[in-house]
Write a protein that binds this ligand. Structure first.
Ligand SMILES: Cc1cc2nc3c(=O)[nH]c(=O)nc-3n(C[C@H](O)[C@H](O)[C@H](O)COP(=O)(O)OP(=O)(O)OC[C@H]3O[C@@H](n4cnc5c(N)ncnc54)[C@H](O)[C@@H]3O)c2cc1C
Length: 269
């Protein structure tokens, strides 16, 4: 690993100032992706700005009848939070299903979203829920946040502060794990708004998280697993690798979408 300077931010403004001072600097959340990339020599930031002591980024609270989850909330904290389990239990389940206990204790919502790994779970949950991502300077709709493979709308000096979720919806997520890393070979999040609108987001296909319009329109007409029978994403948006072919990933996405809808139980009728 190349040598680097370690700095601790006490407030979000400190982190923004440090990023402006050194455009090659990187924010450090739980280090679950960044430190691994540095050890492999894929990333060599001269300065790391640790967000671990920025209290406001760890806030998890009610936001009206919805939820606010700070960027530095760990997956384990979200999974265990009574408020999340009560208002959006499917989101708590998504967080509790990420990787293993060690990763869940360190990995964060903000790190996962900023990293935008194409096999990550949080991007699917956030996109299906239609969450609002709040940064130090603006609000970004989830639809506008993810811009491709490991790419987001964040500016180089921008800090993600947290995410706002409306609670007048239910959400469920189903994934098939890649057995070695436990990332998603494919994962599908389905959210149903109180008014009946449906949003479906797919992760793991290889090009970054995306919405699945045809699944949404079928479920809007009839919210039942059978409404998705025979449906799978277009293979053109999927990539194969040593773990699974593009064709298999698309097949999985169809299966997982039906599984996610089944998790709504009676509400799926
Ligand atoms: C073995 C393993 C298995 C995993 N399995 C899964 C899985 O099944 N599903 C899943 O969703 N994820 C999985 N992950 C990813 C994990 O959940 C972490 O969320 C992810 O690695 C990001 O880690 P982190 O939060 O520690 O962020 P870091 O690694 O510290 O940072 C990641 C990137 O985000 C930037 N960043 C961090 N915080 C902010 C912020 N507030 N504002 C702007 N930029 C920021 C950093 O500068 C860096 O570029 C896995 C990781 C590992 C190591």
């Amino acid at each position: 690993m190349s040598p680097f300077e370690y700095r601790r931010a006490a407030q979000v403004a400190d982190a923004v100032a440090a990023l402006r001072e050194n455009p090659e600097a990187r924010l450090l959340a739980g280090g679950q992706s960044l430190l691994a990339a540095m050890k492999l020599g894929l990333s060599a930031p001269p300065v790391l700005i640790d967000l671990g002591r920025v209290a406001e980024l760890r806030s998890l609270r009610a936001d009206g009848d919805g939820l606010w989850i700070g960027a530095m909330c760990t997956h384990a904290a979200v999974a265990a939070a009574p408020l999340v389990r009560e208002r959006l239990p499917g989101l708590a389940a998504l967080a509790g299903g990420i990787a293993d206990a060690q990763v869940r204790q360190r990995g964060t919502l903000g790190g996962s979203l900023a990293n935008a790994d194409p096999a990550a779970c949080w991007p699917a949950g956030v996109l299906a829920a239609g969450a609002t991502l709040v940064t130090d300077r603006r609000e970004i709709a989830a639809d506008d946040f993810f811009t491709g493979l490991f790419a987001t709308a964040l500016e180089p000096d921008e800090v993600l502060v947290g995410a706002r979720f409306a609670s007048r919806q239910a959400l469920h997520y189903a994934k098939e794990e890649q057995p070695a890393s436990r990332f998603a070979l494919a994962g599908v999040a389905v959210a149903r708004q109180a008014g009946g609108a449906v949003r479906v987001a797919v992760t793991g296909l290889g090009q970054g998280v995306c919405r699945w319009a045809e699944a949404e329109s079928r479920l809007a007409q009839r919210f039942a697993p059978e409404a998705l029978d025979g449906l799978r994403p277009d293979a053109g948006i999927a990539h194969g690798d040593l773990h699974a072919s593009a064709d298999y990933r698309c097949h999985l996405a169809g299966v997982l979408a039906r599984r996610a809808v089944r998790r709504f139980g009676g509400a799926a009728a």
